[in-house]
Design a protein around this ligand. Structure first.
Ligand SMILES: [Zn+2]
Length: 215
């Protein structure tokens, strides 16, 4: 059980000046996760919802000092997606904030019972001294009727090495067969089978991770 105090916003003292142009209370109490990073992707600021989300999703970046600040946020992203996130932040960094809106990246992060779509806005701070990231929930609704509900242990999904393969992005599971097919299986999204590896389904790869990030 994570103590309530763990949901208090935290900010490195030398990162706070980078946030001065924003209303800190609005960031601290934002309904979506908000965090700040240094250019090397170490966490320097996190709002209350960030802590709540991390606790709910079993993401523990807490260091021995009792704070996740200083941890590398990319460590929480699967290795195959890290290059894309690096290029997204780089792209946000070359935008001139005086003439441009922050870079926006939309992504799916569904729960077992609900389809959820988020927007991630990346703000470059003070000539690339850091970045502020604000995640907003765009869509939340029950999954469409007819989404497959299968019992865990279904042999159709285990590969030759005994692993289930889940898409890192849309969280569907790969089904064996000559044609690539990925299914939404609520029980497994809620509780992954113990032998689950991660990859990218073809649709997510083509749509979200093109060779050049979206402008
Ligand atoms: Zn996918």
């Amino acid at each position: 059980m994570i103590p309530v105090a763990a949901f208090e916003p935290q900010c490195m003292p030398d990162f706070a000046p980078l946030l001065e142009r924003f209303d800190r209370k609005a960031l601290d109490n934002n309904s979506g996760t908000v965090y700040g990073v240094w250019p090397d992707f170490t966490l320097a600021y996190a709002n209350s919802e960030w802590f709540r989300f991390a606790a709910k999703n079993g993401c523990d970046m807490t260091s021995a000092a009792g704070s996740p600040l200083g941890g590398v946020i990319l460590d929480a992203v699967s290795a195959d997606l890290q290059p894309y996130y690096r290029s997204l932040f780089a792209l946000a960094g070359i935008r001139d904030p005086r003439i441009s809106v922050p870079l926006c990246h939309e992504y799916d992060c569904s729960s077992p019972t609900e389809y959820r779509r988020f927007a991630m806005h990346i703000y470059s701070l003070d000539d690339l001294k850091g970045y502020l990231v604000i995640n907003s929930l765009l869509i939340q609704r029950p999954h469409a009727p007819g989404i497959a509900v299968r019992a865990p242990g279904d042999e159709e999904y285990v590969d030759m090495n005994g692993f289930f393969c889940q898409c890192s992005h849309c969280r569907r599971f790969r089904r064996n067969g000559p044609t690539e097919r990925w299914d939404w299986i609520p029980q497994w999204v809620e509780r992954q089978p113990s032998r689950t590896s991660h990859g990218l389904c073809r649709i997510c790869f083509d749509y979200y991770y093109p060779k050049t990030p979206p402008d």
